[in-house]
Design a protein around this ligand. Structure first.
Ligand code: SIN
Length: 173
C-alpha cells in the first residue's frame, strides 16, 4: 500500500481509536454479517477463558454497517498487532455515503485457532459477563459497540440482543 487507505471498522475499531486517521465516515460492506463468534485471548479474555468479540461472517446480500477510517499505510503496523488474535486483512469494496471505494478490513476466519462460532444466547451472555482481558471487560466491549452503532443510527439485532441482556445484572437491577 502506497497512499492513504480506507479501513472498515465494525467492532472495537468503531469505538476505540488508538490510531491516527485522516478522515472517518459511516460505511458498510455487502455480503457480510457481524457476529460475536471470535474468541479473545488477549483484549477481552485470557487463554484459559477467552472472551467473545466480533468477526464478520459471509452472508449473501446482507449489509454490515460500521465506520470507515482513512489511514496512512504505516498505521497498519500498529493495527496488525492490535488485531493479532486471529484476524487478517481482507481487501473489500466499501460503501460510503456518496461513493464506493476500495479498502481493507480485519476479519477472523472460521478456521483461525481462536474462532469459537455460534452458541446458545444464554451461554454467550454468561461467557461475556465473566470474561475480561488486558483491554478491559468483555461486557464493556459489547455495550460500547452497541452505543457506537446507535450513535451511527444503526441497530444490529445481534448486538442489541446481547447488549440488552448484559446491560442489567442477572437479578435485573
Ligand atoms: C473491527 O473492529 O473492525 C475488528 C474487530 C475488533 O477489533 O473488534
Amino acid at each position: 500500500m502506497t497512499g492513504p487507505t480506507w479501513l472498515f471498522g465494525y467492532g472495537s475499531l468503531i469505538w476505540r481509536q488508538d490510531f491516527p486517521f485522516l478522515d472517518a465516515r459511516p460505511a458498510f460492506v455487502t455480503g457480510w454479517e457481524r457476529r460475536f463468534w471470535q474468541g479473545s485471548h488477549d483484549h477481552r479474555g485470557v487463554p484459559d477463558d477467552p472472551g467473545r468479540v466480533v468477526t464478520l461472517i459471509r452472508s449473501s446480500g446482507r449489509r454490515c454497517y460500521g465506520r470507515a477510517f482513512l489511514i496512512e499505510p504505516d498505521v497498519f503496523e500498529h493495527l496488525d498487532h492490535r488485531e493479532i488474535n486471529g484476524y487478517r486483512r481482507y481487501p473489500v469494496d466499501l460503501g460510503l455515503p456518496q461513493a464506493q471505494v476500495p479498502g481493507v478490513m480485519y476479519v477472523a476466519d472460521t478456521d483461525n485457532p481462536a474462532f469459537l462460532g455460534d452458541a446458545p444466547i444464554d451461554a454467550m451472555v454468561a461467557q461475556i459477563r465473566r470474561c475480561a482481558g488486558a483491554s478491559g471487560t468483555n461486557v464493556e466491549y459489547v455495550l460500547e459497540l452497541a452505543r457506537a452503532l446507535r450513535a451511527l443510527d444503526e441497530t444490529d439485532p445481534h448486538v442489541e440482543d446481547l447488549a440488552a441482556r448484559l446491560g442489567t445484572t442477572p437479578e435485573g437491577h
